[in-house]
Design a protein around this ligand. Structure first.
Ligand SMILES: Cc1cc2nc3c(=O)[nH]c(=O)nc-3n(C[C@H](O)[C@H](O)[C@H](O)COP(=O)(O)OP(=O)(O)OC[C@H]3O[C@@H](n4cnc5c(N)ncnc54)[C@H](O)[C@@H]3O)c2cc1C
Length: 390
């Protein structure tokens, strides 16, 4: 393995593989490392929203397990259920092991040098003398002009650099259940917003199994008991509970330290995940693309790279964040108000939310389009009287 690269990418999830591919395509000498032995699994629902699926290279689109064109939303506390159907797959189901391997293979086909079982143990920032970032890995020391830190939600690059933890990380628990004759009719992606306090449960059907899980915005909740309740409610076997795996999801990003001295944070290490549905694969791919674009456009000049990256993530990721996190706060911390809104406009909200997560509309559109308010006001009296009569 050569010891100097233009860019070293730490972590071969969707963010890292995407960044590495685009950098190599631009002719840069790129090393992609991952501490895990590949193929590795990643605790994840494996649900790709349309905007994530559309960003994948063709090779990676071949790993699809199932297309879900209908999504069901359940609210047990108010007894409400909404269904949204689209002519396109709202969520495309994949297995992360296969998706991530396909993305790495694609990166290698574009000239990326990839090595697994290689952990970044320590990192030394560039100084005026060296102009290189130095990494100590399990295979020795390597250097690069730039580093893309895409080492996931639990990655330690930020900590090794002593950067303050700006991200808010929430807990999730996921397990898999074999599809059998008893449950094979469950074909839609399903979300249950009262499966646990301040969170939701999901059922994502794959080829031969379901990904079933639960997440909550409350720290230290003890998710296992809620997963058991959820499985019971769905009449699934409880055997899978012992195989459930926990993981963290960042629902608020690194804002001040997205870039630090030739190091660009991407994916969960940057921390951009949709705060309402906790979808992070599109943000991982987009931030990977933006990091590579900044390095290429900035011609390896740190000041230009920093400026371009910060501008890119502001425009393409963070600009919607304040409003989406406000809505997440309503959904997860004000259930009474949430249920009233869903009683009044549940189908409309579900439709709009679907368009937003698919990438057809943005949170900003919801906020700034006056017709939304006029429509709400127009529908309000009729809906209120119907609720009162019932
Ligand atoms: C339970 C759960 C369910 C989810 N469901 C969905 C879903 O259905 N849809 C969706 O869009 N998002 C989902 N997410 C979020 C999604 O999984 C993440 O946003 C996405 O995986 C982020 O990709 P990434 O490339 O940033 O990081 P990761 O995919 O986590 O990859 C990081 C990589 O870095 C490597 N690494 C870490 N440290 C080092 C080191 N020191 N040296 C070398 N390598 C290192 C790791 O081995 C890993 O391979 C879910 C998350 C969880 C926890």
């Amino acid at each position: 393995m050569p010891s100097i690269y233009d860019v070293i990418v730490i972590g071969a999830g969707p963010a890292g593989s995407t960044a590495a591919t685009e950098l190599a395509q631009a002719g840069l000498k790129v090393l992609l490392i991952d501490k895990a032995k590949l193929p590795r699994n990643k605790v994840c629902g494996g649900g790709l929203v349309l905007k994530a699926f559309d960003l994948l290279p063709e090779e990676a689109q071949n790993v699809v397990e199932r297309f879900c064109t209908t999504v069901d939303l359940h609210f047990a506390s108010s007894g409400l259920t909404f269904s949204v159907t689209r002519p396109y797959p709202i969520i495309t189901m994949v297995e992360r092991k296969k998706l991530d391997s396909a993305l790495i293979e694609h990166a290698c086909s574009k000239g990326v040098h990839f090595t697994d079982k290689t952990s970044c143990i320590s990192i030394k920032e560039a100084d005026n003398k060296s102009k290189h970032v130095k990494l100590l890995t399990s295979f020795g020391e390597i250097k690069a002009h730039f580093v893309v830190a895409s080492d996931g939600a639990l990655g330690k690059i930020g900590r090794l650099l002593n950067l303050p933890e700006e991200r808010i990380l929430i807990h999730a628990l996921e397990t898999r259940i074999e599809i059998s004759k008893v449950n094979e009719a469950l074909e839609n992606a399903r979300f249950d917003f009262d499966a646990c306090p301040s969170g939701y449960g999901w059922v994502f059907p794959k080829k031969d199994h379901f990904s079933v899980g639960i997440l909550s915005h409350i720290k230290g909740l003890g998710l296992k008991q809620y997963l058991i309740q959820y499985l019971k409610k769905l009449k699934f076997s409880l055997d899978s509970v012992n195989h459930a795996k926990g993981a963290l999801i960042p629902v608020s990003p690194r804002r001040k330290f997205a870039y630090w001295n030739r190091i660009l944070f991407a994916g969960d290490a940057l921390g951009w995940v949709d705060p309402i549905v906790a979808e992070g694969i599109s943000g991982a791919i987009i931030s990977g693309k933006l990091a590579s674009k900044a390095i290429i456009k900035g011609c390896l000049d740190p000041e230009k790279v920093q400026k371009s990256y910060i501008k890119g993530i502001q425009k393409h990721l963070f600009s919607n964040f304040s409003f989406s996190s406000f809505l997440a706060n309503v959904v997860y911390h004000h259930p009474v108000f949430r249920d009233l809104c869903f009683k009044l406009y549940g189908q409309e909200i579900s439709e709009v939310l679907t368009d937003i997560i698919s990438g057809k509309k943005s949170y900003k559109w919801l906020l700034w389009w006056p017709f939304n308010y006029l429509q709400a006001l127009y529908l309000f009296p009729g809906r209120i009287s119907r609720i009162l009569i019932n």
